[in-house]
Design a protein around this ligand. Structure first.
Ligand code: SAM
Length: 383
């Protein structure tokens, strides 16, 4: 037998079951359990990242994956349940089921508390920020269901549709995904890019977007994010604003209205299809312009300044090169919209090196039933 102190990854194999007291939530939708293994002088403990559990619970955990320094597992039986546990509304949620929703078994207020803990932990660990964060409910889906405006299914050989299991290519048949909004745009994985367009309405404006192109995914997201960006940046007539990773022009449109014809808004977007839509969506606002291209490259070429900036990068964040290019604009205020708190925290640390300090972080429950959360951070120049 292998001594587990020499090789803790030998402690369990896939399929083993172990009783574990569940510890705190971690980024990624699982909870951390530290389980003692070995005996006598050989005793040590290993970390299992457990899905379908809640902090404080006692659970039987089935090992689903063995990595070098940790294990993954599913809570398949709950011996002592948390008061925050509820019956999952979805029949394919749970161990071995659909990988889409991590938190169906958690009450909605407790889901938001778990996400707040993850945001606070990422900001502390990766950016050295000690901030109390509350995750706010978003209008449009108070039961946490029917909010998703975009769905991507996988076609099954028998003609049905499904969604993938967690960390797997296996597909679970799903007839009616409970988080899909009525009339959600549906794409099938592997299909060629859509030719159709969709029209989205926000406040009094219409936005054309490719049916499979990026659009904020929660029905209530465009309004809540536009309102937050405008409130935090507080643009004044005549100001020069940059909307980075601008998509089809959602923030640029309302920022352009706020700065008026004496001001200017430049939206930079990397996807040629989205930037073409942005040009036509903003055609009535002559103070709004669109540049297609990568944010770091376009900003370096332009070598200019700004009063205000909003950036809304994809999940992996902006990264150092783009953060440096944004900081070079020397804006008075920067609003950073982020769908991954870890990527946000890493980029906030880069902004701190450039003398931008975080003065506020708001978090929104734009992805109920999942572990995902949207954050909006306000940065102000210390120069
Ligand atoms: C999270 S979306 C935000 C879109 C827009 N702000 C909105 O709310 O609709 C991120 C956008 O960044 C674009 N993108 C990704 N990497 C980029 C890069 N390096 N430079 C410019 N745009 C990029 C994507 O095509 C996508 O449209």
């Amino acid at each position: 037998m292998v001594a587990v102190t020499a090789d803790p990854s030998a402690a369990f194999r896939v399929g083993d079951r172990v009783e574990a007291r569940i510890g705190p939530v971690a980024h990624g939708g699982h909870m951390v359990a530290r389980v003692p293994v070995g005996e006598g002088t050989d005793q040590t403990s290993v970390v299992i990242f457990v899905r379908h559990a809640l902090p404080g619970e006692l659970a039987i955990v089935e090992i689903t994956d063995v990595a070098k320094r940790f294990f993954r597992g599913d809570a398949v039986e709950i011996t002592e349940a948390s008061a925050d546990r509820v019956q999952a509304p979805c029949v394919v949620a749970g161990p071995g089921g659909c990988g889409g929703c991590d938190f169906q078994h958690v009450s909605l207020p407790a889901q938001r508390e778990l996400k707040a803990a993850v945001v606070a932990e990422q900001l502390q660990r990766l950016a050295g920020l000690d901030l109390a964060v509350a995750v706010r409910e978003v209008p449009g889906a108070t039961d946490g269901l029917r909010w998703r405006t975009r769905m991507q299914y996988v076609a099954l050989p028998d003609g049905g549709y499904g969604l993938r299991k967690n960390h797997s290519h296996e597909v679970v048949e799903v007839e009616d995904c409970l988080i899909a909004a009525p009339g959600a745009r549906v794409a099938i994985a592997g299909d060629p890019p859509a030719r159709e367009t969709a029209t989205e309405t926000v406040r009094d404006r219409q936005f054309e977007v490719a049916a499979d192109g990026f659009w904020q995914v929660h029905t209530g997201a465009p309004e809540v994010l536009v309102a937050t960006v405008l409130e935090l940046l507080a643009p004044r007539p005549g100001e020069k604003v940059f909307d980075l990773y601008g998509g089809v022009g959602l923030f640029a449109a309302f920022l352009a209205e706020a700065v008026g014809p004496e001001g200017s808004v430049l939206s930079i977007e990397g996807d040629p299809r989205a930037s073409a839509f942005a040009k036509s969506n903003l055609a009535d606002l002559r103070q709004a312009k669109v540049r297609a291209g990568r944010v770091d490259r376009v900003l370096t070429e332009l070598d200019t300044f700004a009063d205000l900036v909003v950036l809304d990068p994809p999940r992996e964040g902006a990264r150092k090169q783009a953060v440096d290019a944004v900081a070079d604009l020397a804006a008075r205020k920067i609003v950073y919209v982020a769908c991954d708190p870890a990527a946000l925290a890493r980029d906030l640390a880069y902004f701190a090196e450039r003398r931008y300090r975080v003065t506020e972080v708001r978090a929104f429950d734009l992805f109920p039933m999942t572990s995902h959360v949207e954050c909006v951070a306000l940065l102000e120049s210390r120069l």
